[in-house]
Design a protein around this ligand. Structure first.
Ligand code: FAD
Length: 346
């Protein structure tokens, strides 16, 4: 008898509280969890009429999503954990990982294989597939700096397509998958071009402070530093449901920057190479005295004003949305800056 290599589970009318890091207790009509691409492709093709009729959502770890209501449709949830060394040359190692691979496990596994580059992105929740959708970033690195290409299933034509890095339209926390290919692509795997020789990046102030002039820093030291810093700064979603930074850091031009700088001498910003300025949204929220501000079951985190939390564990998606609206309104009134959510509303 052939072994059953497939792992595909179909849940109907199920709670997805465990499938989103805000811990919002809503239901999905159908949730399919799968490990092997062949199985989900076969399912989608054989149910194509039905799949075209119903709303669908691809769900990684749900660490950047805010469910405002029950999801009447099909949720597709990859959990495959496959890693392949696909190529190498003098300086680079090309590693392909399946979309459902947990991002931080992937970072750890690459470093253990002496493939460097992802260390600054340690401990970001989520999956490999979503890292490309979101172009995740932290501590001076972004996923786009290391993604070589990816493979996705075109949900209209059912063809498997390859996109090179330059075709993914990566920008700050976005990609083609949030625009032209929104709801049209199921990313199957992502190939990363990693370094054989580490290029240590400890420019970020928190990392510099952590090492306090230490020399001979290794990529694993950076990973350890980032993990320690993140554990101190960010709330653990298991304790207080959250989705990391709720808002994007707004980018403004020189003219607007100068007006704001005149009004707020202590304005927190980063100068960008293109002459624009990125403002620290968390600083603005903090400046308005909103740390710990609570609305129904939701609140602004006490240490990190950019993070909204499910304080009571019973907040609804709507409570969190309302809190976000209150913050947006106050920031606009005071800074004339329109905050844009980084979190995706469902
Ligand atoms: C405590 C905490 C800290 C965080 N810190 C950071 C940080 O430092 N930097 C950062 O960038 N983000 C951060 N985030 C946000 C989050 O971790 C990332 O956005 C992450 O990439 C989301 O991954 P996910 O698998 O949970 O995706 P989900 O939230 O499930 O989905 C995100 C989007 O990707 C799509 N998607 C997911 N998988 C696929 C696929 N296989 N094919 C096609 N589309 C897909 C979804 O449909 C959705 O549109 C943080 C979140 C938390 C909770």
């Amino acid at each position: 008898m052939l072994p059953n290599i497939f792992h595909m589970l179909i849940f109907r009318n199920c709670s997805i509280k465990q499938y989103n890091t805000f811990g919002i207790d809503v239901k999905a009509s159908v949730l399919i969890e799968y490990e092997h691409d062949e199985e989900i492709i076969r399912f989608i093709v054989s149910h194509q009429d039905k799949c075209r009729q119903v709303k669908h959502l691809i769900l990684g770890e749900g660490s950047n999503l805010l469910f405002r209501d029950d999801f009447y449709g099909l949720i597709i949830h990859p959990v495959g954990k496959k890693l392949d060394l696909v190529n190498e040359d003098e300086n680079y190692i090309y590693i392909k990982a399946s979309a459902g691979y947990i991002w931080d496990d992937f970072v750890e596994d690459t470093l253990n294989s002496k493939a460097f580059g992802l260390e600054n992105l340690s401990l970001i929740p989520g999956t490999v597939g979503a890292s490309a959708v979101q172009n995740i970033g932290a501590y001076g690195s972004e996923a786009k700096d290391f993604i070589f290409e990816l493979e996705y299933l075109d949900l209209d034509s059912h063809e498997i397509k390859i996109l090179k890095n330059s075709e993914c339209k990566f920008a700050y926390r976005t990609s083609i998958f949030k625009n032209d290919l929104k709801n049209k692509a199921l990313i199957l795997n992502v190939t990363f071009k990693l370094l054989k020789f580490p290029n240590i990046n400890c420019d970020y102030a928190d990392i510099q402070k952590y090492f306090n002039n230490k020399t001979n820093i290794t990529a694993k030291d950076i990973r350890e530093a980032v993990i320690n810093i993140r554990n101190i700064k960010l709330p653990d979603p298991k304790k207080f449901g959250n989705a990391g930074s709720f808002f994007k850091n707004p980018i403004i031009n020189q003219e607007k920057f100068e007006i704001l700088r005149e009004k707020h001498e202590d304005l927190r910003f980063y100068s960008l190479a293109d002459g624009n300025y990125k403002l620290a949204a968390g600083w603005m929220i903090d400046k308005l005295g909103l740390k710990t501000f609570t609305h129904k079951g939701a609140a602004v985190h006490e240490n990190q004003a950019l993070v909204l939390i499910n304080k009571t564990g019973k907040a609804t998606g709507k409570d969190i949305c309302e809190l976000a609206e209150i913050i947006k309104e106050k920031v606009y009134q005071n800074f004339e800056i329109e905050l844009e959510p980084e979190v995706i509303y469902i």
